[in-house]
Design a protein around this ligand. Sequence first.
Ligand code: SF4
Ligand code: SF4
Length: 324
Amino acid sequence: MLSSRYRPWHVPIFLGKYAWLRLRRRPVLLNFEVTMRCNARCGFCDYWKTPAETKHTEVAEFGEIARRFSPMLVTFTGGEPTLRKDLEDVVASVRKSVRYTYVQLITHGAMLTLDRAQSLWHAGVDQFNISLDYLDERHDLARGIPGLSAKILDIVPRMRAAGIGGVRFNTVIKNDNLDQLIPIVERAAALGGGVNFSLYTDSKNGNRDFLLDNTQHANLERAIHGLLAYKKRKRGIITNSDYYLEQIPRYVRGEMTEPCQSGITTIHIDPQGRVRRCPDFPPDGPWQEYRGYKPIDCNACYYACRGEAQAPIRIVSRIRDVMA
Ligand code: SF4
Ligand code: SF4
């Protein structure tokens, strides 16, 4: 799904840009990790332990990086990007540097007031991706932010009413939220938004508490079947490809052996301007030295970004997703 800033005639332009980037072996998606600082307290990610002083080492040259790569998609991520007071300037500089790039912002949403959302939207954010793994207080507990799920469910309709056209939930599939997947999709649909799923793994900090285990295969298959059936009934709410969803049970059963394509169509730029192949690998050097990555024999995660990079292009199905 595209945000309300775009019209159906933009789709062929983006597809053309995608083909141009792939032919030149350039990344399609740049993830700008604008800060590693975070004020949540998630048990499955240690970014919130990043010292506050690192703020002084965070660069602002993301516009220049975007100009050099001219990606089709840019994601501002972290840490928690809204901790940066200059985020609007950084977004605007990227927006100014590249024509036809779709700009997303990943946030836990705790500091997202309507004013801030509007100023980021006007700076050039096309889509707000707000993390939401449960519709109730379990989300607050998991993120260590009291009242978080209620706040998110309050701000999203106000953002939509204010004309912000791209809002999506980012939902991590864990061992204790399989019952939440369809309710989150239905809530997103009711609010005029979407949902993107990604599978939980312990690759961030080794926390195995939320890993799906052998006893849950049947429940997982049922949940994934439910998501695929929902997609068939109603396109444009669940933004994952069918392929990614279909492969999740296979990964959980330990049957995935394909090398990981991270760093080929997507790269990450850390807050100091260094490039890395994925969020869980260390940086390799200044972004100017990026020369591409080769597939790697790593099976540590099955994040959506890995799965989508592996997905065969089922062009009809993806265009139907985007147009919807
Ligand atoms: S998962 Fe996101 S919200 Fe939680 S600590 Fe890490 S960066 Fe912060
Ligand atoms: S599987 Fe790929 S994306 Fe995941 S941690 Fe390994 S290299 Fe990174």
